[in-house]
Design a protein around this ligand. Structure first.
Ligand code: HEC
Ligand code: HEC
Ligand code: HEC
Ligand code: HEC
Ligand code: HEC
Ligand code: HEC
Ligand code: HEC
Ligand code: HEC
Length: 452
C-alpha cells in the first residue's frame, strides 16, 4: 500500500499501484496498466502522465511493431531499458521481456523508480533525470537518439548549441541564453536536476528545447516554432538579444535575427518612412510557416541513386541553414566554405532547386554588401565625438549599428528588404545631418523589391 499527497500534481492513492517487478528488472516498475498506458509513476504524477501520453515516446513500441522489420536489436530503444539512464547491464525490457516495459516511459529517462514509489517522500529517493548528454554526447537522450539512422546527438555536438567553448556561460548576465539550465530558469522551468547537472554548466542540450513531458507542440518542443512573436517562438527567445540599439551601452547588434525577420530590428533613421513591423522578411510571413526552423532545422535522408539503399540522414540538428557539404552531400562540419560547397537543400521545399535558392541568396547578399560598402567610408568622415556620447544617441551611432547589422552573418537572408531600406535611409540621414558625401555612385533606390 502506498500513499503520497504533496503538491497539486500528486494524487492520493489507496490501492497497490504496481506489482513487484520481475527478477532482473533492476528496479524498473514500468506500466501499472498496460491497456490504458498508465505508468506506475503516473498514478501519482497525474498531469505529467497526461502530457507524456501525447508524446511520440508513448507510441514507441507500436511504431516499432508497425514498421517493416522489427527485430530484437531494435527494442532497447523503443522500451524501458538501460538506455537513456545511468543503469548498466540488461534491465527492464531487455532483461525480462515483460510488456510492462513497452514504450519510452518515465523511467527510460529517470531511471529505476522502485525505491521512490515505495517511499515517495524519502529524501534522495526521487529518480531525477539528467539534461546532460555527457562529455562525449553519448548519455541521456543520446543513448537512443544517435547512430547513422538518427544522428541527432552527433549533429548537435557539432553545432553551436553543443559547443561550450567560445561562450561566456560563467557570467550570470549571459546564462539565460548561453547555458542550458540558465535558459530553462529564464523560461520558468523550475526543475530539480540530477546532482551532476546542478554542479556543472550545460550547453543548450536536447531537454532545453524539447520538453520530454509535453507533446502539445510539434516535436515535443517547449515553445512553438511557428509563432511570429519574439518571446513565444523557441528560436527567437535567445536570438533577439539586441536587435535594436541600446542607447545606454552603444553596443552593436547581438543575435538580432528574430527582430530582423519580423521587421522590427535595426536603427530607424528619422527619414525612413516606414514603421517597425511594416517591412517583414518574406520568410517571416505565412510563406514560411516554420519561420527560423524552416531553414535551420531540416531533416532529410539520401539514398544511393542506383541501389536505392540508405546512404545517410541529416536531422537538421547542426542548425545550419546552408551547411558546408562534401560531394555526396554529407555535412563536413566546417562553416567557412565557399557558397558552391554549401547545401541549399533546406530551401528546396519552396525554391525550385538548390541553384535557384543559391542565386537568390547571391543577389540579396551582393546588394546589401554594396550598400554597406558605400556606408562605411561615410562613417569614417564623421567626427569621432559624434559616437558614444552618454545621454545622446546620434545618427552616427545608429549608422554604425546598422552597418554592423548588415554584416551579421545571414542578415541578407533574414530580411533583405529591411536591411536594404535601413541602409539606404541611413546613408540619406548621414548626408542630411553631416557634411559628408558618397562617391561610390551606388543607387539609393530600393532595388530588391518591396515586401509589406
Ligand atoms: C506513490 C506516489 C508516487 C509515485 C508512484 C511516484 N512518485 Fe514521484 N513523487 C511523489 C511525491 C509525493 C514526490 C514529492 C516528494 C517530496 O517533495 O519530498 C515525488 C517527487 C518526484 C520527483 C522530484 C520532483 C519533485 O518535485 O520533488 C521526481 C523526479 C519523481 N517524483 C519522479 C517519479 C517517477 C519517475 C516515478 C515512477 C518511477 C514516480 N515519481 C512515482 C510521489 C510519487
Ligand atoms: C529509450 C530510448 C529513448 C530515450 C532515452 C529518448 N528517446 Fe526520444 N524517442 C525514442 C523513440 C523510439 C522515438 C520514436 C517514437 C515513435 O515515433 O513512435 C522517440 C521520439 C522522440 C521525438 C519525436 C517526437 C514527436 O512527437 O515526433 C523527440 C522530439 C524526442 N524523442 C526527444 C527526446 C529527448 C529530448 C530525449 C531526452 C530528454 C529523448 N527523446 C530520450 C527513444 C528515446
Ligand atoms: C539506438 C536506438 C534505436 C534503435 C536500436 C532503433 N531505434 Fe527506431 N527510433 C529511435 C529513435 C530515437 C527514433 C525517433 C527519432 C527519429 O529517428 O526520428 C526512432 C524512430 C523509429 C521509427 C519511427 C520514425 C520513422 O523513421 O518512421 C520507426 C518505424 C523505428 N524507429 C523502427 C525501428 C526499427 C525497425 C529498428 C531496428 C531495425 C529500430 N527502430 C531501432 C531509436 C532507435
Ligand atoms: C537573449 C539571449 C542572449 C544573451 C542574454 C546573451 N547572448 Fe550572446 N549570443 C546569443 C545568441 C543567440 C548567439 C548566437 C547567434 C549569433 O552569433 O548571432 C550569441 C553569440 C554570442 C557570441 C559569439 C558571437 C560570434 O560572433 O561568434 C559571444 C562571444 C556572446 N554571444 C557573448 C555574450 C555575452 C558576453 C553575454 C552576456 C553579457 C551574452 N552573449 C548574452 C544570445 C544571447
Ligand atoms: C524522454 C525523457 C523523459 C521522459 C520520458 C520523462 N521525463 Fe520527467 N524529466 C525529464 C527531464 C530531462 C527532466 C528535467 C527537465 C524538465 O523538467 O523538463 C524531467 C523532469 C521531471 C520532473 C520534475 C522534477 C522537478 O524537479 O520538478 C518530474 C516530476 C518528472 N520529470 C516526472 C516524469 C514522469 C511522471 C514521467 C512519465 C509520465 C516522465 N517524467 C517522463 C525527462 C523525462
Ligand atoms: C536549439 C533547440 C534544439 C535542440 C538543442 C535540440 N532540438 Fe531537436 N528539434 C528542434 C526543432 C526546432 C525541431 C523541429 C521541430 C519541427 O519543426 O517539427 C526538432 C526536431 C527534433 C526531432 C524530430 C521531431 C519530429 O517531429 O520528427 C527529434 C527526434 C529531436 N529534435 C531530438 C533532439 C535530440 C535528441 C536533441 C539533443 C541531441 C535535440 N533534439 C536538440 C530543436 C532543438
Ligand atoms: C530563408 C531561410 C532562413 C530563415 C527563415 C532564417 N535563417 Fe538564419 N540564416 C540563413 C542563412 C542562409 C544564413 C547564413 C548562412 C548559414 O549560416 O548557413 C543564416 C545565418 C544565421 C545565423 C548565423 C549562423 C552563424 O553560424 O554565424 C543565425 C544565428 C541565424 N541564422 C538564426 C536565425 C533565426 C533565429 C531565425 C529566425 C528568427 C533565422 N535564422 C531564420 C537562413 C535563414
Ligand atoms: C517555406 C518556404 C521557403 C523556404 C524554406 C525558403 N524560402 Fe526563400 N522565399 C520563399 C518565398 C515564397 C519567396 C518570395 C518569392 C520568391 O522570390 O521566390 C522567397 C524569396 C527568397 C529570396 C528573395 C528575397 C526575399 O527575402 O524575398 C531569397 C534571397 C531567398 N528566398 C533565400 C532563401 C534561402 C537561402 C533559403 C534556404 C536557406 C530559403 N529562401 C528557403 C519561400 C521560402
Amino acid at each position: 500500500m502506498l500513499a503520497g499527497c504533496v503538491d497539486e500534481e500528486i494524487v492520493f492513492v489507496e490501492r497497490p499501484i504496481f506489482d513487484d517487478p520481475p527478477a532482473g528488472a533492476q528496479g524498473f516498475v514500468g506500466y501499472s496498466d498496460l491497456n490504458t498506458q498508465r505508468t506506475v509513476c503516473g498514478n501519482c504524477h497525474v498531469s505529467r502522465q497526461a502530457r507524456w501520453e501525447e508524446t511520440a515516446h508513448a507510441n514507441a513500441w507500436e511504431t516499432l511493431q508497425a514498421s517493416d522489420n522489427p527485430q530484437a536489436f531494435c527494442e532497447a530503444c523503443h522500451t524501458v531499458s538501460e538506455r537513456g539512464n545511468p543503469v548498466e547491464g540488461d534491465a527492464g525490457w531487455v532483461a525480462t521481456g515483460n510488456p510492462r516495459y513497452y514504450d519510452v516511459q518515465c523511467e527510460a529517462c529517470h531511471g529505476p523508480g522502485l525505491d521512490h514509489v515505495t517511499t515517495p517522500d524519502q529524501p534522495g529517493s526521487q529518480p531525477l533525470a539528467t539534461i546532460s548528454l555527457g562529455p562525449n554526447a553519448d548519455q541521456g537522450c543520446a543513448e537512443c537518439h544517435s547512430g547513422v539512422h538518427r544522428p541527432f546527438a552527433e549533429e548537435w555536438a557539432a553545432s553551436g548549441h553543443g559547443d561550450m567553448n567560445p561562450s561566456p556561460q560563467g557570467r550570470a548576465a549571459c546564462q539565460s541564453c548561453h547555458e542550458g539550465k540558465g535558459a530553462l530558469r529564464a523560461w520558468g522551468v523550475k526543475s530539480i536536476f540530477s546532482p551532476e547537472d546542478d554542479a556543472e554548466l550545460q550547453a543548450i542540450t536536447c531537454a532545453v528545447c524539447h520538453d520530454p513531458h509535453d507533446g502539445s507542440n510539434q516535436g515535443q518542443l517547449r515553445f512553438a516554432v511557428d509563432a511570429p512573436v519574439v518571446d513565444q517562438n523557441l528560436c527567437m527567445k535567445c536570438p533577439s538579444q539586441r536587435g535594436t540599439p541600446d542607447p545606454i551601452s552603444f553596443r552593436g547588434p547581438h543575435a538580432p535575427e528574430g527582430p530582423l525577420l519580423l521587421g522590427t530590428g535595426g536603427w530607424w533613421p528619422p527619414n525612413l518612412e516606414y514603421s517597425p513591423g511594416d517591412i517583414l522578411g518574406t520568410h517571416g510571413t505565412e510563406a514560411n510557416p516554420r519561420l527560423c526552423a524552416g531553414c535551420h532545422v531540416t531533416d532529410y535522408s539520401m539514398e544511393d541513386p542506383e541501389t536505392g539503399s540508405f546512404e545517410f540522414r541529416t536531422t537538421g540538428h547542426t542548425f545550419q541553414a546552408t551547411p558546408c557539404v562534401d560531394e555526396d552531400g554529407r555535412h563536413t562540419g566546417a562553416s567557412d566554405c565557399d557558397l558552391m560547397e554549401r547545401s541549399f537543400q533546406s530551401c528546396t521545399d519552396c525554391h525550385g532547386s538548390e541553384a535557384a535558392a543559391r542565386s537568390a541568396y547571391i543577389v540579396a547578399e551582393q546588394r546589401i554588401e554594396n550598400l554597406a560598402n558605400s556606408l562605411e567610408p561615410l562613417l569614417d568622415q564623421i567626427p569621432e565625438e559624434e559616437f558614444g556620447n552618454p545621454g545622446r544617441y546620434t545618427t552616427a551611432d545608429g549608422a554604425l549599428f546598422n552597418l554592423q547589422l548588415a554584416r551579421v552573418n545571414g542578415s541578407a537572408t533574414h530580411n533583405p528588404f529591411l536591411v536594404e531600406a535601413l541602409l539606404v535611409a541611413t546613408i540619406r540621414q548621414i548626408q542630411l545631418d553631416y557634411e559628408v558625401s558618397t562617391s561610390s555612385g551606388v543607387s539609393l533606390e530600393l532595388e530588391l523589391g518591396q515586401s509589406h
